[in-house]
Design a binder for this molecule. Structure first.
Ligand SMILES: [Zn+2]
Length: 348
């Protein structure tokens, strides 16, 4: 067969699999009781995937599988989950705006999407594309689904491990509404000088402690005991506060994943993890490049199908993170490993 035809067939097949992947991804979100699955961005994602599935057959060229705002809006209407939909005449502007939101949404869900695709033995994952009209009017823009290859690190990260009997499979979920003061943490890359910037708070606190210690000593020598008591109490309080607030940042260096403290987590989320994820290797030094991420790992309980969230092991499983079912948190308990993303039952 002609080489070009073979390539073309392969491209179409990958696109078809990607489109199916989006639809099945939605089903998984439903199983995980994801609260944002039925909002506009994900619905638009499903619409473009559903539209792609039809013409993605042999003989059609990939570049011809693209859709107008009107076609997308019609599909969204057919899916029928959204209460407020624009008029047909406003389709272009509506799709344009929400397509951008969809871009942000899948960026947040990228780990999950990559992991989901790997689980289906795909070496690529679905993404979205857009073609501006030459006239510059959104009216003539085209929207479509594309396939993106998983890079080397993503292939390593998403290696699949067999799930033990009675066990479960965790998925990394998207996290939005991170408080403003904690936004720098998610995505902070530890590489080169930034590794040292990370240590700055400790340095500042140490210097401050030394200074206060010096003041204490000075006051003590001059016999002002009430001042000594007052300052030493403040010192202990300050030390404790700094420890409580910044300890997770340092513990994550040792353990790679810890529970995120309350001040880093969005208001509505209680079980958030702070992960120090390997994202590549520095070609010059050969050291790992790591990135801090705020994550939520969740799973579906194999016993009662409710949602399982990862939390601290507490007294029963000290120094560990475990998965607990929201419906039966004391009995449906599973181990948690963020590398294999597999959990074994901890109750016999
Ligand atoms: Zn359960």
């Amino acid at each position: 067969m002609d080489k070009q035809v073979v390539m073309q067939k392969q491209e179409i097949e990958q696109l078809r699999q990607s489109a199916q992947c989006v639809l099945d991804f939605y089903d998984e979100l439903a199983e995980l009781a994801d609260s944002k699955r039925d909002l506009i961005p994900m619905t638009l994602f499903r619409a473009v995937a559903a539209l792609t599935l039809n013409p993605a057959e042999n003989g059609v060229e990939v570049r011809d599988i693209r859709f107008t705002p009107k076609e997308l809006l019609a599909k969204v209407t057919e899916i029928g989950l959204l209460k407020k939909l624009p008029k047909e005449s406003e389709a272009s502007e509506w799709v344009l705006r929400h397509w951008a939101n969809l871009g942000k949404e899948i960026e947040k869900r990228k780990s999950h999407l990559q992991e989901f695709s790997s689980r289906r033995n795909m070496e690529f994952y679905p993404w979205i594309g857009k073609e501006e009209s030459t006239g510059g009017q959104a009216n003539h823009s085209y929207y479509y689904l594309i396939t993106k290859s998983l890079d080397e690190q993503a292939l390593i990260d998403n290696r699949q491990y067999p799930c033990p009997e009675g066990g479960l499979h965790y998925v990394p979920e998207s996290l939005s509404n991170i408080p403003i003061w904690a936004r720098w943490i998610s995505g902070f890359v530890l590489k080169g000088w930034q590794k040292y910037a990370f240590l700055l708070p400790v340095l500042v606190v140490t210097l401050l402690a030394l200074f206060i210690f010096y003041v204490l000593l000075f006051q003590g020598i001059h016999g002002k005991i009430s001042a000594v008591t007052w300052i030493s109490q403040s010192l202990v309080a300050l030390g404790l506060a700094v420890w409580v607030y910044s300890a997770p940042l340092y513990r994550v260096v040792i353990h790679r994943i810890v529970m995120a403290p309350i001040w880093m987590a969005p208001l509505k989320e209680s079980n958030v993890q702070l992960e120090l994820k390997r994202i590549g290797t520095d070609p010059e030094t050969g050291n790992a490049i790591r990135e801090l991420r705020l994550m939520i790992y969740s799973a579906q309980c194999p016993i009662c199908k409710a949602r399982v969230e990862v939390e601290s092991g507490g007294f029963e499983f000290p120094f560990r993170l475990v998965g607990r079912c929201l419906e039966s948190p004391r009995e449906h308990v599973f181990s948690f490993d963020h590398v294999t993303k597999i959990g074994k039952p901890l109750r016999k």
